[in-house]
Design a protein around this ligand. Structure first.
Ligand SMILES: *Cc1c(COP(=O)(O)O)cnc(C)c1O
Length: 326
């Protein structure tokens, strides 16, 4: 890889079999890739992206980083931790109003020293420059896009595919399917580029997390534009078009962040069979999609299926009301 990265996490993350779940669905061997265990202030997929993004902020001699997200943004929490580790000032623009009690990721971001700015408006697009103009004028600010999803961040997942390939070889596994939660698209774009670059083949099933907004699917566009930019860096000739961007839109009927019985049942099932925790926003939704495919024979029998766990644990605490069964 041409770009440098700054180590923030512990890699490789474990790849292991879900033996109990595989017994429950005997037509399949089910595996999990533990990017919930990247180690950066409780981990998650943003750690891999931030290794490249933070390096770029350091290379550009920036003093501060600004990023944005939802109140329970795992991305903002990991960005705050990364900034604390390398000594950069961290600003987080959070959608909506300041809550009475900080919980889950928001609490952790604050503990990690981020300066938190509330937009007081959920719908409005975030204008980074407008916020930066209020920061200390002498500071050079590095903007990390929402979800860390640009080509720089996606390089983390190009590498992750190389890491996965090595583990599959060591454990003698040939994957047929990989499920992943897809929201701002950088993870998916990185994996797609990585599959090409590292010559690793499987059917990628990205479960779209955000609700569809009309007929057009901006996620596919976003993924495609990152992939196209990435092709130049990793020197791939394949011509990608929208038709090459897989997206499963069967499980995003409810808005982003709305936990339904689907997510609750998925969280319960993995917790009770394997003792592994999912999150209510991303991995709960994506894992539900995978379980639905397993239960309803939507995958070919005797196949090897991987769930790529992307983290999100702290958000559970903000959903205690919906999750707590007394
Ligand atoms: C951000 C996030 C995702 C989605 O990754 P994108 O690169 O934004 O598509 C999935 N799972 C968790 C837990 C996340 O925090």
């Amino acid at each position: 890889m041409i770009n440098k990265k700054h180590q923030l996490g512990f890699f490789p993350t474990p790849l292991h079999k879900l033996s109990n779940l595989s017994k429950k669905y005997p037509d399949y061997s089910i595996y999990i890739k533990r990017d919930d265990q990247t180690g950066l202030a409780s981990g998650g997929n943003k750690t891999r992206k931030l290794e490249y993004l933070i390096q770029q902020a350091l290379d550009n001699k920036c003093d501060a980083v600004v990023t944005a997200g939802a109140q329970q943004s795992n991305h903002c929490r990991q960005t705050a931790a990364a900034c604390a580790q390398v000594g950069l000032e961290c600003h987080i623009i959070v959608k909506g109003c300041e809550p009475e009690v900080y919980q889950g990721n928001l609490l952790l971001s604050q503990l990690l020293g981020a300066k938190i700015h509330f937009t007081n408006d959920y719908a409005k697009e975030i204008d980074f420059e407008a916020y930066i103009s209020h920061f200390d004028k002498g500071k050079k600010v590095y903007i990390v896009p929402i979800g860390g999803s640009n080509i720089t961040g996606a390089l983390g997942y190009v590498d992750a595919v190389g890491e996965l390939k090595q583990q599959l070889r060591e454990q003698n596994i040939q994957l047929d399917y990989v499920f992943i939660a897809s929201s701002s698209g950088g993870t998916q774009a990185g994996i797609m580029l990585g599959m090409q670059l590292h010559d690793l083949d499987f059917e990628l099933i990205p479960i779209k997390i955000d609700k569809d907004n009309g007929e057009q699917c901006t996620l596919a566009q976003d993924v495609l534009s990152i992939v196209k930019e990435g092709q130049k860096i990793v020197q791939l000739d394949k011509k990608f078009t929208l038709a090459d961007i897989p997206i499963n839109r069967n499980y995003n009927q409810k808005d982003y962040g709305i936990m339904t019985d689907n997510e609750i049942s998925a969280i319960n099932e993995l917790a009770l069979t394997e003792g592994i925790l999912l999150d209510p926003v991303y991995t709960g939704r994506a894992f539900y999609g995978m379980l639905d495919c397993l239960k309803n024979n939507k995958l070919k029998p005797n196949s090897n299926v991987l769930f790529w766990h992307t983290g999100g644990l702290p958000a559970l605490f903000d959903y205690a009301n919906g999750l707590c069964k007394k």
